[in-house]
Design a protein around this ligand. Sequence first.
Ligand code: HMG
Ligand code: MG
Length: 325
Amino acid sequence: MSTLDRPLPMTSAPGGLPDRVTIYEVGPRDGLQNEKAVVPTEVKAEFVTRLVAAGLPVVEATSFVHPKWVPQLADAADLMTMLGERMGPAAADLPVLVPNERGLDRALELGARHIAIFGSATETFATKNLNRSLDEQFAMFEPTVRRARDAGLDVRAYVSMCFGDPWEGAVPVEQVVAVGKRLFDLGASQLSLGDTIGVGTAGHVKELVAGFTGAGMSVDQLAMHFHDTYGQALANAFSALQEGITTFDASAGGLGGCPYAKSATGNLATEDLVWMLRGLGIETGVDLDAVVATSAWMAGQLGRPSPSAVVRALAGAEGLAESGT
Ligand code: HMG
Ligand code: MG
C-alpha cells in the first residue's frame, strides 16, 4: 500500500501550528550508539541509505568520539567511506558528532561538511560524558568550532540534560539557557535541546523555549531532542510545535539512548512523530511506509521488536517485519 493510498490518520489542521517541520533523524547515531551488540558497518550503511531514500532531510550518521568511550561507533571512518561509495558527494552532507579537535580532524579527513558538538547543562553529566567539567567543556569546544567554521563547515550544538539530570535532579531553566546560549554563540547554526533521560513534560517545554526566546534566540534556531523514557515525547513535541519550533530530532523505530546516562531510553520514534504531524496536516516530506519498512528491517537485524507504536501497528498490519522489506 502506498503512502498516498493510506486512508489514516485523518487530517485535521487546527491552525496556529507550523506548516512544515524538519525531522533531524538520529537513529544511526543516537540509536545505534546504545545497542549492546555492535551492528556491522554494512548494516549501518544500509540503514542510513534507506533513511535518506525515505525522504528524511537530515540523517546524522555516526560519531567521531573516542572509540573506547563508544565502541558501537568505532567504525565511523569505515562507515563514512562506505557511504561515500554508495551516495557519492551527498555523504558529506550527513552530520556527524564531534566532541573535540581530534574528532574534527577525523571528520575532516573524510570530507564531512556538517558536524555537531554536544555539551552538558550539568556539571555531573559533563564529567561522565566528556571527562570535562562544565567550564572545561567550552575550552574543548571553542577551538573545535572555530576551526570547523574556518573550514566552512556547518556546526550544530546539542545541550543535554535540559529537563532534569539523573544525578543532580532538577536543572534550573536559567542554567540550561546560560549553557545553551554559550554553546550556540561559539558559532553554531542550531541548538538542539536534549531531554536526555526523557523526564520533560509539556509545560516545562514551553517554559524552556520561552527562556531561550527571552534570551534573544529565535525558535528557528532551536531544535527539540526528546527521549521517550516516560512516554512524554510526543506530547512534548506537540507542546513545542505550539511554540513555533519547526525542527525535531527523532529516531527511526524509537532506537536510542545514551551510554553515559543509564536511565536514557529510546528517542521519540520518527514514525510516531510523522503520524502525528500528518494528522495535523504538517508537511515533512517523509515517506512513512518507507521509514516503517526500514525500522522493521532494522528490528530484524537487532533481533527485537521496535518500541514504536506506529511501527508495530503498521509493520504488523502489512507484514513488513516478517518480509524484512
Ligand atoms: P578523554 O579521555 O578526556 O580524551 O576523552 P583526551 O582528550 O584526554 O585524549 C586521550 C586520548 O584519546 C588521546 O590519545 C587522544 O588522541 C584520544 P593518546 O594521546 O592517549 O593516544 N582522543 C580521541 N581519539 C579518537 N577520537 C576522538 C578523540 N579524542 C581524544 N574524538 C572525549 C574525552 C570527549 C574524547 C570522550 O569523553 C568521549 O569520546 N566522549 C564521547 C561520549 C559520547 O559519545 N556520548 C554519547 C553522545 S552524547 C548524547 O548521546 C546526547 C545527545 O543525544 C543529546 C541528548 O540526548 O541529550 C547528543
Ligand atoms: Mg540523545
